[in-house]
Design a protein around this ligand. Structure first.
Ligand SMILES: Cc1ncc(COP(=O)(O)O)c(C=O)c1O
Length: 459
């Protein structure tokens, strides 16, 4: 097949691709792309999928000249919206290697060597949580898939204790401040969600009150509680010890969603905030957020991985060999919702192996420090005020006198001018939701000057 043949065009193309990758990796301050409308992109790009193909050179040139310029490089040092990312250069390079290696990551039979390496990175993640011996996990496509994998496991564990619950619709309890994926994934598994209203950390006492407010029938339907180890909006770490204690005395599955905040487990300055996470039944951590991995790389860790294995192992006669004695080994597919998977933990493994874990600690501490610096600068500005003290690497603040449309226009204007991407958010004040704005620091290359430049655009 011509498509699979190595020819001179492909060699030239490979050089172009590597050149682009190297340029992108070494350029810490890329252009902050701005979206174009679909019509405009169609006009600029035209039809690319044709019976005979348009050729690699043309397709790649369209990618560089049009498509990439209408996309945001997530690691731009002044991209402080949502949860940005800042993969290490080593991890990005090894992402290319991971693709080129072409190894199937679902089963030990096919991926043993690469899965072994991935698992060494996982051992480090597990050690950060302090979970007991035997705890282990797998890399997933992200926090949503990790939360889903944990919720299905929790639900099956709950049903396994009482066969009568096989068709009972379960209930998950979480705080209002939990990530949107919790509600979305509860929909996927057809569970009800009770959201506890709280502005600060979700407390063990609030969890107890919620349980006590339920009818005996509904109380029996509660199979899991989900606490957050670093809320996405404000970086708040819930009362993990308090919630763990309530779970232990009520035999309820305790899931900690530390998709964003999990990186801070490696930061001594804030590690105490996570005390109690070691008592979780499952923990989500996203290396593609604060552990400098390229997309997409989440992780789910279980205190007792056997529950996950019983829940997620897929069966089929063509898969029988996978569980045969001769092929026995760790099968990542058995512990989460996805079967075929790339070895997405490999870029993290390579970067950790190359740099050592101390460098990770330094880079994460820098994100926390940047949030403190921003907090101080905001406090010094007459026109601005903090909504609350910075927490982890999140800073919520208001520009005095601004309406929601001022924040929105400011976001677009800064983005269009290539200055920064910083977005509005909402914060509950009393019964009302106020529009404010928010920084989330991940990239250790962001400087105090970057923060000053952004604040200056609000004056
Ligand atoms: C706390 C938390 N949980 C889950 C998610 C979802 O993760 P992902 O986007 O990787 O699916 C996020 C994303 O920001 C998050 O912050």
């Amino acid at each position: 097949m011509k498509m699979h043949r190595l020819d001179i065009d492909l060699v030239e193309m490979s050089l172009d691709v590597v050149k682009f990758a190297i340029h992108r990796i070494t350029n810490a301050r890329p252009v902050l792309g701005y979206p174009k409308s679909e019509e405009e992109l169609r006009r600029l790009v035209g039809e690319t999928i044709t019976p005979k193909g348009i050729g690699g050179e043309k397709a790649f040139s369209l990618f560089k000249e049009v498509l990439m310029k209408a996309s945001v490089p997530i690691d731009h040092p002044r991209h402080l919206a949502f949860v940005p990312a800042s993969p290490t250069r080593a991890a990005v390079l090894f992402d290319l290697v991971t693709s080129a290696a072409n190894v199937h990551g679902a089963f030990w039979l096919e991926g043993a060597g690469c899965i072994f390496a991935e698992n060494q990175a996982m051992e480090w993640l597990v050690s950060l949580t302090g979970m007991p011996d035997g705890a282990f996990g797998v890399f997933t496509s992200g926090g949503t898939a990790a939360n889903l994998s944990a919720m299905v496991t929790a639900r099956e564990w709950w049903r396994s204790k009482d066969k009568e619950k096989e068709h009972t619709r379960g209930i998950v309890i979480a705080a209002r401040t939990a990530h949107s994926s919790i509600k979305a994934m509860a929909k996927v598994i057809d569970a009800d969600v009770i959201l506890v209203d709280t502005d600060g950390p979700f407390l063990g006492s609030q969890f107890t009150d919620t349980l006590e407010s339920l009818s005996p029938v509904d109380r029996e339907r509660v199979f899991a509680v989900i606490a957050t180890g670093g809320t996405t909006n404000a970086g708040i770490v819930d009362d993990l010890s308090g919630i763990a204690a309530v779970c232990e005395s009520n035999d309820i599955w305790f899931h900690c969603d530390a998709a964003y905040g999990g990186g801070a487990l490696a930061a001594p300055s804030v590690r105490h905030l996570f005390d109690g996470i070691e008592r979780s039944d499952s923990v989500t951590i996203d290396p593609h957020k604060w552990l400098f991995s390229p997309y997409d790389c989440g992780a789910i860790i279980y205190k007792n991985p056997e529950f996950a294995r019983q829940t997620h192992t897929q069966e089929g006669s063509y898969l029988d060999i996978i569980s045969d004695e001769g092929a026995r080994g760790f099968n990542p597919a058995d512990y989460q919702v996805q079967l075929t998977r790339r070895i997405r933990g490999l870029p993290l493994w390579f970067s950790l192996a190359m740099h050592g874990t101390d460098r990770y600690t330094e880079a994460i501490e820098r994100g926390i420090e940047l949030a403190q610096i921003a907090g101080k600068l905001i406090t010094e500005c007459e026109d601005m005020e903090l909504v609350r003290e910075p927490s982890l690497s999140c800073v919520l603040f208001r520009r005095k006198g601004w309406s929601p449309s001022d924040y929105r226009d400011w976001t677009y204007k800064n983005h269009r001018r290539g200055i920064a991407l910083v977005a509005p958010t909402k914060w509950k004040v009393g019964e009302e939701f106020e529009t404010v704005t928010r920084f989330c620091f991940i990239n250790p290359d962001t400087t105090e000057e970057d923060i000053r430049i952004i604040l200056f655009t609000m004056m």
